[in-house]
Design a protein around this ligand. Structure first.
Ligand SMILES: C[S@@+](CC[C@H](N)C(=O)[O-])C[C@H]1O[C@@H](n2cnc3c(N)ncnc32)[C@H](O)[C@@H]1O
Length: 225
């Protein structure tokens, strides 16, 4: 089964998109996955976890706090005929299942203004999938601080995020924890419905220049030395 044919099942599950594909492409190019123990921390439909299994990972574990995402990942892994251990729970519980050779994550990273209500953005998908708090870093900050602890010696983190959630802050935090961190992939994409809904907040909080309707996504790779 090709990852392009991933089914989302419940509407409450994040539909794979630019960030999912950018992360998978970075994994494919890295040669870091075959024969390794991998964890996908915010798995959604399981698209990245399944890609890791198809790239020859020795074991794949996937976590998500959404029961719909867990069901979706189990169904997609079955259809793809790959083994993925799917766990209902927060990414922060991954350490209990580790250590891992490779940690992959497409976390919620969109900066979300205080006036945003679930009703306002209902058409743009489940808020838990993309809501990164006022600065987009509610998962990124603790994840960058604790990634090294989930990894075995010589292991690597692959993390995708937006420019609007402060790429430099992620790099600095990962380096502070003793990892060698760099951007290994980037792409400019048009604003989708989620960012259109947050444009005012992005402008008011100084993250967005007037008239700009493109977002830069990056994949950060951080190696545990
Ligand atoms: C941007 S989606 C990524 C989904 C998938 N990995 C992909 O690339 O298409 C983020 C996912 O993180 C999950 N999530 C949000 N907060 C979480 C947390 N604290 N722990 C684990 N998963 C979380 C959401 O339910 C959602 O499925």
């Amino acid at each position: 089964m090709s990852v392009e044919t991933i089914a989302v099942g419940a509407e409450s599950v994040y539909r794979p998109q630019y960030d999912s594909w950018l992360l998978i492409e970075a994994l494919e190019r890295s040669n870091a996955v075959a024969g390794r123990r991998v964890v996908d921390l915010c798995t959604g439909s399981g698209v990245v976890a399944i890609a890791a299994a198809e790239l020859g990972a020795r074991e794949v574990t996937a976590l998500d706090i959404s029961p719909g995402a867990v069901c979706s990942t189990q169904a997609n892994a079955l259809a793809a005929q790959v083994d993925v251990e799917v766990v209902l729970g927060s990414w922060s519980q991954a350490q209990e299942h580790g250590p891992f050779d490779v940690v992959v994550c497409n976390p919620p990273y969109v900066p979300v203004g205080p006036e945003t209500s679930v009703g306002e953005v209902a058409a743009t998908g489940p808020m838990v999938s993309w809501n990164g708090g006022p600065d987009g870093r509610s998962v990124l900050d603790p994840l960058c601080r604790s990634a090294a602890a989930m990894l075995a010696e010589g292991g690597s983190l692959f993390l995708v995020q937006s420019e609007f959630a402060d790429i430099e802050q992620s790099l600095a935090s990962l380096r502070m924890s003793g990892m060698d961190a760099k951007v290994v992939a980037d792409q400019r994409i048009p604003f989708g419905p989620v960012l259109h809904a947050q444009m005012r907040w992005l402008r008011d909080s100084g993250r967005l220049r007037h008239g700009r309707v493109e977002e830069q996504l990056v994949v950060i790779r951080a190696d545990k030395l």
